[in-house]
Design a binder for this molecule. Structure first.
Ligand SMILES: NC(=O)C1=CN([C@@H]2O[C@H](COP(=O)(O)OP(=O)(O)OC[C@H]3O[C@@H](n4cnc5c(N)ncnc54)[C@H](OP(=O)(O)O)[C@@H]3O)[C@@H](O)[C@H]2O)C=CC1
Ligand SMILES: Cc1cn([C@H]2C[C@H](O)[C@@H](COP(=O)(O)OP(=O)(O)O[C@H]3O[C@@H](C)C(=O)[C@@H](O)[C@H]3O)O2)c(=O)[nH]c1=O
Length: 308
């Protein structure tokens, strides 16, 4: 397996290949990151939003595959509002389980590969060491159940599919993530409450996308765990990010998860690691590159590829 480095500056675009990847979830964090990284790596890609491809609509999938004839589908679409999912169950299952299952069926029909994403929230947190791909999944909430159902359906329809379990995204390419909010609060001198009893493995989105693409290009299959290397609580993640940015950590307020009143139960421990070894750099490395990306984006002339 060839793992690429993930520095934005070090990846020169190359000539696009004839056949494209088809990426769903164009407006989301992961979909946007796939589009950027494909551009940087010179991989031809067509990115479709819900208006062009509703992944839970079998006819729409068939039309898209017919039209674009991709060599693989990257499913970056999904329902991620973990607390809302407890009441919005039908929609959560439609987007997280029905959609990936239909994509897998269609990819099997066309004889093409599928990369889709699952979550650490398929686990119940009863383990004391980082979860491996082979550990038993037992979700505690609706979102986690929908992701486990997707994993099982996808691999039943398409055993060659690549199913990546990942967790707790952070990245500078959009603001929809915990690290962004922790840094924004520190910069504004505002308090920032963060759970200090949930242990996770955070994931720097460009690392995830590069490694997932490497695995896809290498024709890997089955379930893979991809997060940055390491384990921390959300409060420690906030502290590490704020500290790395040279800001005052005094505003970070560690609190038990139960005090937040969330609708969905989270596992107390959901750190992931891979039985294949250490596949992504450390959390510290991800945070450093987050801050570098942030500076690049705020510079007078940010790299065109990073600007939507
Ligand atoms: N964020 C995280 O920390 C983690 C995310 N994941 C998984 O990664 C994937 C992407 O997450 P992320 O990028 O954060 O999510 P976002 O909420 O940022 O993006 C989700 C995308 O999916 C699209 N979408 C939802 N339903 C459909 C549908 N039926 N048809 C087509 N498009 C649809 C949304 O479109 P629209 O804008 O129209 O709603 C949006 O573009 C998900 O599968 C998620 O479960 C896994 C672990 C951690
Ligand atoms: C905004 C905020 C969140 N949090 C906590 C809540 C939550 O546990 C965590 C992140 O909040 P979120 O709502 O973004 O994420 P949450 O829904 O818990 O996290 C998950 O997202 C889904 C999609 C996944 O698949 C998981 O891997 C995981 O990242 O941080 C704080 O402690 N303080 C805060 O100010």
């Amino acid at each position: 397996m060839s793992l690429k480095t993930n520095s934005l500056a070090s990846q020169a675009p190359t000539a696009p290949t004839a056949q494209s990847l088809l990426i769903t979830g164009r407006t989301g964090t992961l979909g946007r990151a796939f589009r950027k990284v494909c551009h940087i790596r010179g991989l031809a890609a067509v990115c479709l939003g819900r208006d062009e491809l509703d992944i839970a609509d079998a006819d729409a999938i068939a039309q898209a595959l017919e039209r674009y004839q991709p060599w693989a589908v990257v499913n970056a679409a999904g329902y991620v509002r973990v607390d809302d999912a407890e009441a919005d169950t039908a929609r959560c299952y439609r987007e997280n389980a029905v959609g990936p299952a239909l994509l897998a069926q269609a990819c099997a029909t066309h004889g093409i590969q599928l990369l889709t994403f699952s979550s650490d929230l398929v686990f119940d947190g009863q383990q004391a060491q980082a979860y491996l791909e082979t550990d038993r999944a037992r979700p505690l909430n609706v979102y986690g159940h929908s992701k486990l159902q997707a994993e099982q359906a996808v691999l039943a329809h398409l055993p060659s599919a690549l199913v990546v379990r990942t967790s707790a995204f952070f990245g500078a390419w959009d603001s929809h993530n915990f690290v962004h909010h922790a840094l924004a609060a520190a910069r504004a001198g505002q308090p920032f409450a963060a759970a200090d009893d949930l242990l996770i493995s955070p994931t720097y989105v460009p690392d995830l996308v590069n490694t997932a693409l490497d695995l896809l290009l290498d024709e890997e299959r089955g379930i893979w765990h991809l997060t940055n290397h390491g384990t921390c609580t959300w409060a420690e993640l906030a502290r590490q990010a704020v500290c790395a940015a040279g800001l005052d950590t005094a505003g970070i307020v560690p609190r038990p998860a139960a005090s937040f009143g969330w609708a969905a139960v989270r596992p107390g421990f959901s750190a992931l690691r891979s039985q294949q070894g250490i596949l992504l750099p450390s959390i510290e490395s991800g945070l450093q590159r987050y801050l570098t990306d942030e500076q690049l984006l705020q510079s007078a002339s940010p790299p065109a590829v990073l600007v939507d």
